[in-house]
Design a protein around this ligand. Structure first.
Ligand SMILES: Cc1ncc(COP(=O)(O)O)c(C=O)c1O
Length: 435
């Protein structure tokens, strides 16, 4: 099944891109250097269902899926039809769109904590709005956060290693605590007693399963200390359950944010919560974006929620993810490669853990390269996203590609030739002058 693939057009475009796009891409996690530059596709030109085609004409079964937004599949007919129909009637107006009401009602029906919503355009906008609402509602300033919430100043101030350009003064109003650790959260709530507006967490990450009782414990601690609880459901939403992680774990936060899974790739962010809390966003608070009511994305969101409600989408994500996790672990064992899967089946993560960290890193790069050669796109470490369009054929192709790729890795590790097999290329920016 291995097939030499050319990435020449991708590489040519990327060489042009790094001269005119700072960092080469619009999303840090999509930077080609994070994959296997030179031995992995870079630019896509087409996609359908579970598959994507690169600009060199190669097709792949895709598990990167825009980093999570594609939940039903690329070019999903009913969603695309909904977008097309709306397009006939305009994209955005000075007047409001009835879609705003339709989608708001659908979110309130589907998501346990949602009694009122606001629409924005992406994850960082939604989480930033949630922080503002929580601060206004409680009259407090500090946010205790565990996890990535987007690129905005207020989140990047949290010692993320990405604080360049972020005002120092913000550091006093955001702090972290250890993942899945109630003692760590309680200690921080006590340290900032009476000052914490909001505790924000992901209901689940790909990395590990949440300990029993953790979510109820966080809810109780927030109530005890008068802080609002916000779930960032940007990855878990419309993926773990129709109503997200809060439905799956049975604990209701005060606020929640959604983005990736809600519109099958169209840009739509949501902050939602109880009426009492959300009404804070009406007066004397600025949460206002030109494109929040943009109707193409809302038409897509309405279609996505209808399909999730009426069809076994979520069951499919769980069962297909579980087959892949089991297959990955069995094939890892078969070849003696320490490949493990973690977390939850619709969005699991993977590790390759040799004792030597450099070997683990190189083995990952080789895995990305070998899987791409065999027509499957993985992301280093996961998350292994699944869509409703990943069927038996895609699962079989993936596991067969993995079987062959792990055989290559096992032999290379035995013979000490992992680095020799990497076809990865260095690409230098030349900082061309436009004067
Ligand atoms: C959990 C989580 N929150 C927030 C964000 C930020 O979303 P966006 O990139 O749409 O601003 C992301 C993006 O990866 C995310 O995974």
């Amino acid at each position: 099944m291995s097939q030499e693939r050319s990435y020449d057009r991708s590489m040519e475009l990327y060489r042009r891109a790094i001269e005119v796009i700072a960092g080469g891409s619009q999303t840090n996690s999509k930077r080609p250097t994070a994959y296997a530059l030179g031995a992995f596709p870079i630019y896509a030109q087409d996609a359908e269902g579970a598959r994507v085609q690169d600009v060199d004409g190669n097709w792949y079964v895709d598990y990167i899926l825009g980093l999570g937004p594609i939940t039903l599949g690329y070019c999903y007919p009913e969603v695309d039809q909904a977008i097309r129909e709306q397009l006939e009637h305009g994209i955005i107006y000075g007047l409001l769109s009835p879609r705003e009401v339709e989608v708001a009602e659908a979110v309130c029906e589907m998501v346990p904590c949602a009694e009122m919503v606001r629409f924005l355009k992406g994850g960082a906008e939604a989480t930033t709005a949630a922080a503002r609402i929580a601060r206004k509602y409680t009259g407090r300033e500090v946010i205790l956060n565990c996890g990535y919430r987007g690129w905005a100043d207020g989140w990047a101030a949290q010692n993320t290693g990405m604080e360049g350009g972020v005002p120092n003064c913000l550091r006093g109003v955001i702090d972290g605590f250890a993942r899945n650790d109630l003692d760590s959260l309680e200690a921080k709530l006590e340290e900032y007693e009476g000052r914490v507006a909001m505790v924000s967490i992901d209901p689940a990450t790909g990395g590990e399963e949440v300990p029993d009782g953790f979510h109820q414990g966080v809810r109780d601690l927030c109530d005890k200390h008068g802080a609002l609880l916000m779930y960032d459901e940007i990855v878990t939403g419309f993926r773990m359950a129709p109503g997200g992680g809060q439905e799956y774990f049975g604990v209701t936060p005060d606020l929640a944010c959604f983005a990736k899974g809600i519109a099958n790739g169209m840009p739509c962010g949501v902050v939602c919560g109880s009426q009492e809390v959300m009404k804070t966003a009406i007066d004397d608070v600025i949460i206002s974006v030109t494109y929040g009511g943009e109707a193409l994305s809302l038409a897509a969101a309405a279609a996505v929620m209808r399909i999730i409600r009426d069809e076994p989408v979520i069951d499919h994500l769980w069962s297909t993810g579980a087959r892949l996790m089991q297959g990955f672990e069995e094939l890892g064992e078969k070849h003696g490669v320490p490949l493990k899967c973690h977390g939850y089946a619709p969005m699991s993560s993977q590790t390759i853990d040799y004792e030597d960290a450099e070997l683990s890193r190189d083995a990952w790069t080789l895995l990305l390269q070998e899987m791409a050669t065999r027509g499957v796109l993985l992301r280093r470490g996961g998350l292994l996203f699944i869509t409703y369009s990943h069927g038996d054929e895609e699962v079989e192709q993936t596991l067969s590609a993995l079987d062959e790729s792990l055989a290559v890795i096992a032999e290379a590790v035995d013979e000490g030739t992992v680095k020799d097999l990497l076809r990865v290329t260095e690409v230098q920016e030349s900082f061309r002058s436009f004067t």
